[in-house]
Write a protein that binds this ligand. Structure first.
Ligand code: BES
Ligand code: MN
Ligand code: ZN
Length: 495
């Protein structure tokens, strides 16, 4: 998809779909609508009236151009009452991209958009037009795809609007990259393949990605990752992506992202029921998000050091599979009694967090599809946010507001710590069903030491049964937008 900026008159633009953002309370009084309506001989005003169209946030009205304007179709999309922020600009872009995904060209009329809104708009158009087609053949292959997008602004494109467009497209490619990985069937995405994708994308943006195979992981000392991998025929992988900005110095913040990379979670010997196993190809969404964040930070040239750490394997039931009752050491040294083999995520993360902590970062931020309990607590569209640092939690919430992704902070409740007491080892790795998302987070906390850390349980929003807002069905790439908003904010203080 190629996106360009122009300041053309909307009625003269030859395109398949002309999208107009309407901010006026009465759509027919919007200046762009009025101009188009005159060119269309009143057809637009008629449609607004007959459909009782009110330009509420994200609401759309589709009208055929019928040859009276150069565009084949016109789509009005409401901006709502509030001042146009980045979250709304992004949503409008997504609506436009979705409406345009089966057409070849699209033009979006955005006269009042400032640079941040333009970035979010272009990003939204690109992520809105996303679909996963890798396994479609014959008549199922989409005949058209959105190739040409024009964003129409009030005045001639300048450096700021061009930079905004670049930023939007970089971020959108990162989100769509994460979605592709999450949507990929598990027979085609082993830990080895996931690590190859990470290495390839890192190379493409000019940063390093160090990958450890099974032997390497044994030498590196990651006993809990190896424990989870025991039931599998596939090798595990551990990888570390590093982005260091030019001119980095001792004051440059260092943020380490950690991702859960379970390419398939059968539950292990504590097997999942088939219904809940079906979607467990998405259990590497934290890893996909992590790779997307670090590589996008590099492409954007953010003035922050950013690392991505992923522990990857599948969780299977082979003859050598780990069992309830087993006790394993960890990279940290603490011993862990295995209770339920389906709580594998926190085990691989424990070793990865220990490794992350050794990098002495400013912040550690992990993304993990960690618990069904988090979905029970917060619903299908929201992620749980845990942090041992109030300032980091506040930063995260601010970043989430700008990104339009939904988080909710849950407590690292000390009172539940007893649930992780084992009579035979230093720690049990699961507690009771009550507060399951919290006990999982408390287990992780045992491995971050004194580091400032945030844990994002993205089990619910990483993969959706039906779309909502900016998120599509299937893999969503959830978390990428907020993390990049956070990094940009951190960077603004260090440029
Ligand atoms: N990958 C799952 C969590 C999950 C569930 C993600 C549903 C997305 C949708 C995780 O490994 C898991 O199985 N967690 C268990 C923990 C329990 C055994 C303590 C769970 O949530 O049931
Ligand atoms: Mn599991
Ligand atoms: Zn899992």
């Amino acid at each position: 998809m190629k996106i360009t900026l122009s300041a053309e008159a909307p009625q003269g633009i030859a395109t398949d779909l002309l999208v107009v953002a309407v901010s006026h309370k009465k759509a027919q009084l919007d200046p762009v609508v009025q101009k188009l309506d005159r060119a269309m001989g009143g057809a637009l005003a008629n449609a607004i009236k007959s459909e009782s169209f009110e330009p509420k946030r994200g609401k759309t009205l589709s009208v055929e151009g019928r040859g009276r304007v150069k565009a084949k179709h016109v789509l009005l999309v409401g901006t709502g009452d509030a001042k146009l922020g980045t979250a709304t600009a992004r949503l409008l872009g997504v609506k436009a991209g979705r409406a345009g995904m089966s057409r070849t060209s699209l033009a979006f009329v955005a006269p009042s958009f400032d640079a941040p809104a333009l970035a979010a708009l272009s990003e939204g158009i690109m992520t809105g037009a996303y679909r996963y087609t890798r396994y479609l053949t014959g008549s199922r292959v989409p005949k058209k795809q959105l190739a040409k997008v024009q964003i129409v602004i009030a005045s001639k494109p300048d450096e700021a609007s061009k930079a905004a467009l670049h930023e939007g497209t970089v971020i959108a490619s990162a989100v769509n990259f994460a979605r592709d990985l999450v949507n990929c069937p598990p027979n085609d995405l082993s830990a080895t393949v996931l690590a190859n994708h990470a290495a390839e994308r890192s190379r493409a943006v000019g940063i390093t990605c160090k990958v450890w195979d099974k032997k390497g992981i044994e030498k590196l000392n990651m006993p809990l990752l190896l424990a989870v991998n025991r039931g599998s025929k596939e090798e595990p992988r551990f990888f570390h992506i590093t982005y260091k900005p030019k001119n980095a110095n001792a004051n440059t913040p260092k943020v380490v992202f950690v991702g859960k990379g379970l390419t398939f979670d059968s539950g292990g010997l504590c097997l999942k029921p088939s219904g809940s196993m079906l979607e467990m190809k998405m259990d590497m969404a934290g890893a996909a998000t992590t790779i997307a964040i670090v590589t996008a930070a590099a492409e954007l040239g953010l003035p922050i050091e950013v690392h991505g750490i992923v522990a990857s394997t599948d969780n299977m039931t082979g003859g050598d599979a780990y069992r309830p009752g087993d006790v394993f050491p960890s990279r940290d040294g603490k011993t862990v009694e295995i209770i339920n083999t389906d709580a594998e995520g926190r085990l691989v993360l424990a070793d990865a967090l220990t490794y992350a902590r050794e990098l002495e970062p400013t912040y550690i931020i992990d993304h993990a599809t960690l618990t069904g309990a988090c979905t029970v607590a917060l619903g299908a569209y929201r992620a749980g946010l845990f942090s041992n640092d109030d300032d980091l939690a506040a930063r995260y919430k601010r970043a989430a507001e700008a990104s339009g992704e939904n988080f909710w902070q849950l407590p690292l409740d000390e009172d539940l710590k007893d649930e992780l007491k084992s009579s035979i080892a230093d720690l049990k790795h699961t507690g009771s069903r009550l507060g399951g998302a919290i006990t999982a987070a408390l287990f992780l906390q045992e491995f971050v030491g004194n580091c400032k850390w945030a844990h994002l349980d993205i089990a619910a929003p990483a993969y959706l049964e039906k779309p909502l807002g900016i998120m599509p069905k299937g893999g969503t790439g959830f978390g990428v937008l907020t993390a990049l908003a956070l990094l940009r904010e951190l960077g603004a203080g260090h440029a």
